[in-house]
Ligand binder design. Structure first.
Ligand SMILES: Nc1ncnc2c1ncn2[C@@H]1O[C@H](COP(=O)(O)OP(=O)(O)OP(=O)(O)O)[C@@H](O)[C@H]1O
Ligand SMILES: [Mg+2]
Length: 329
């Protein structure tokens, strides 16, 4: 195994949002949006983070890029605490984010050239170098040079997302945090944007934190995957291992709810019950294993004890009472 310092280290991260009520906005409880999450992203890796709506993915993304602070825990970037780095230009340049909705992340009053110039100017690129760099960026995301004079309303959703990707790349980051970058797009456009992201990653030697509610979307291009449920990681491992041998009933359910296109695929699919019901509110997390209210395999301890995150294979971990501590493969 490599001894290189990981690009990003997330350690025991927790984020609580206060719930306020009444005239005086008294705090009556907390939403546990993230609860003790830890993982590393290695240089060159595409790390996939999957989970249903409300599982805490965007909250985690915002903390990683420094848009928000954690309640506890730590994030290191190349070994250095992000809390100290946050706000420094160096860090803001090295970690960039692409948001889910390109429509609202682009300023409607700015032309594409102006949009792409903002980060370049902010990071001290010489004025004479800006126009050529804008052309280069448009080329990188496969948009014609004439697009620099256009405004967001003249662009399709896919084109807007390409501009948002170009803006994130403008300052030559090392890590891109992609928060559901294709979920607002049509399926055909989705595939093209993913293709583009893969090409760019190979050319520029970038690392990605790729976030999606759709586990199946990430099957073909992520290196490793983590599955999040109500603010906690319930499974993590190399993508092939997680898809071939999903350990957690939640992961099994997510994989089995992926539509199949052929009989061969149907035959390979594990016969697992689909996940029942809706995800509970993170303001009211069930006791014990937070998934037990929807788990087809739930038994007595699941309602009482929160399972530990244990090793079930090579760099493959899960949090489930079916795998007691030290049942290591
Ligand atoms: N600023 C905030 N104040 C209070 N609660 C918040 C805030 N931001 C997020 N939350 C809550 O934290 C939980 C996790 O939200 P988050 O947006 O991170 O989930 P998500 O996995 O990104 O969901 P989606 O797939 O819908 O984007 C949700 O219950 C949400 O309501
Ligand atoms: Mg989100």
């Amino acid at each position: 195994m490599s001894t290189e310092v990981p690009l990003l280290q997330v350690e025991d991260l927790t984020k609580l949002f206060p719930i306020r009520r009444g005239l005086f906005q008294r705090v009556i409880g907390h939403v546990r949006a993230i609860d003790g999450v830890g993982f590393d992203i290695r240089r060159g890796e595409i790390f996939g983070l999957a989970g249903e709506s409300g599982s805490g993915k965007s909250t985690l993304a915002r903390i990683v890029v420094g848009l928000d602070g954690a309640s506890s825990g730590r994030i290191r970037f190349v070994g250095e605490d992000v809390h100290t780095l946050r706000g420094t230009r160096g860090f803001r340049r090295r970690v960039q984010m692409v948001f889910q909705n390109p429509g609202s992340s682009l300023n409607p009053r700015r032309s594409i050239e102006q949009t792409l110039s903002v980060p370049l100017r902010f990071h001290g690129i010489a004025p004479s170098a800006i126009a050529p760099r804008v052309r280069e960026l448009l080329e990188m995301v496969e948009l014609p040079a004439s697009f620099r004079a256009k405004y967001p309303f003249e662009l399709s959703g896919g084109q807007k997302q390409r501009v948002a990707i170009a803006r994130a790349l403008a300052v030559e980051p090392e890590l891109l945090v992609l928060d559901e970058p294709t979920s607002a797009l049509d399926v055909s456009v989705q595939a093209k944007v993913i293709e583009l992201l893969m090409r760019i990653r190979n050319e520029l030697d970038l690392s990605y934190l790729f976030i999606s509610h759709d586990l199946s979307l990430m099957r073909n291009f992520t290196t490793r995957i983590a599955v999040m449920y109500l603010g906690k990681l319930c499974e993590m491992g190399f993508t092939g291992d997680v898809f071939d041998h999903p350990a957690h009933p939640y992961t099994q359910g997510l994989i089995s709810s992926v539509p199949v296109v052929s009989e061969e695929e149907a035959a390979l699919k594990p016969a697992v019950e689909r996940i029942r019901g809706e995800i509970p509110s993170p303001a009211n997390v069930p006791p014990g294993c937070s998934f037990h209210t929807r788990c087809p395999a739930a038994f007595r301890p699941c309602r009482i004890d929160d399972p530990a995150f244990v090793q079930v294979g090579f760099e493959h971990r899960t949090r489930c009472h079916l795998f007691p501590r030290d049942s290591t493969a």
